[in-house]
Design a protein around this ligand. Structure first.
Ligand SMILES: [Zn+2]
Ligand SMILES: [Zn+2]
Length: 283
């Protein structure tokens, strides 16, 4: 069964509804479609244009639950048990309740308690910020930096990834090595900071996605690069393949290439989630 767990809708910066994503997922032959809109609790309270506001979380959850065949708007956090996988499969891809949540050391405890009442299937842990610097905001902010400053930003990025894993507030890592979107990795191979981050991910028992969107970004390389994927494999970090789709037609983009990449790194299976429990899945 093919799954796609990293997908954005009108609830954050995607341009399709959940229903439109589900139709595209059915056409792509996916067995499970996870919705994972952005929630970023910025430490200074900045509302980022690409994230839902904190106060919109309940409506987001209700909307996904309704699409799952659940009880509909404002019915509370418990998912109905009659949404068992078999019944949902008969109606097209099963829909899962996910979230792409930003890790900030200052707000991770608040995030944890905010999410606790809801029946999430999984939480993607993403680092988009190296302190106040958004690493994927464009080429220009990177070009304004010296090589040393760029290296320093990458180091902070890896440190945040390690801290995210140590927080144990998330289920799998989103787009590892994201800074390369606009700034090539300045380190030859795996730097000590990257090594520590990978170790922290393994120790925390987190999985990691192969995020195919990188193939369609300026770096023309998935997140993470093959070198980090084989390091993940060495450490026994499980994987799953995601598109980071912001349009319905991208819901399974690049998946065949990603399977090939995963096999080349030594993987023979993937994982899937239900209510924040992880299960093996075919690759
Ligand atoms: Zn992201
Ligand atoms: Zn995303």
């Amino acid at each position: 069964m093919k799954t796609s767990y990293h997908n954005h809708t009108l609830h954050s910066d995607g341009d399709a509804s959940i229903e439109e994503m589900a139709q595209a997922a059915a056409q792509a032959g996916l067995g499970e479609l996870g919705i994972s809109d952005h929630l970023a609790l910025h430490p200074e309270g900045v509302l980022l244009g690409w994230s839902m506001a904190e106060g919109q979380l309940g409506a987001y959850v209700d909307d996904v639950l309704a699409a799952m065949g659940g009880p509909g708007p404002r019915a509370g956090p418990e998912r109905r048990e009659d949404c068992a996988s078999g019944e949902r499969l008969a109606r097209g891809p099963s829909i899962l309740l996910g979230l792409e949540a930003d890790f900030f050391p200052e707000t991770v405890e608040k995030l944890r308690s905010l999410l606790a009442p809801y029946p999430f299937d999984y939480i993607i842990g993403s680092v988009h910020f190296a302190d106040s610097f958004q690493v994927d905001a464009g080429r220009k902010p990177w070009e304004a930096l010296t090589l040393e400053e760029r290296k320093a930003k990458w180091e902070v990025y890896w440190r945040r990834v390690a801290e995210m894993a140590q927080s144990r507030a998330f289920d799998f890592v989103g787009h590892l090595d994201l800074p390369k979107r606009f700034a090539p990795n300045p380190d030859e191979g795996v730097s000590p900071a990257a090594d520590s981050a990978l170790n922290a991910i393994a120790q925390a028992g987190m999985a990691m996605e192969i995020n195919t969107s990188g193939w369609f970004h300026p770096a023309r390389d998935p997140y993470p690069s093959a070198i980090f994927l084989s390091e993940a494999r060495k450490r026994g970090i499980p994987i799953l393949i995601n598109a980071d789709a912001h349009k319905a037609k991208h819901v399974a983009r690049g998946f065949d290439e990603a399977v090939k990449l995963a096999r080349e790194a030594g993987y023979s299976e993937a994982v899937r989630y239900e209510k924040r429990r992880r299960f093996p899945a075919p690759l």
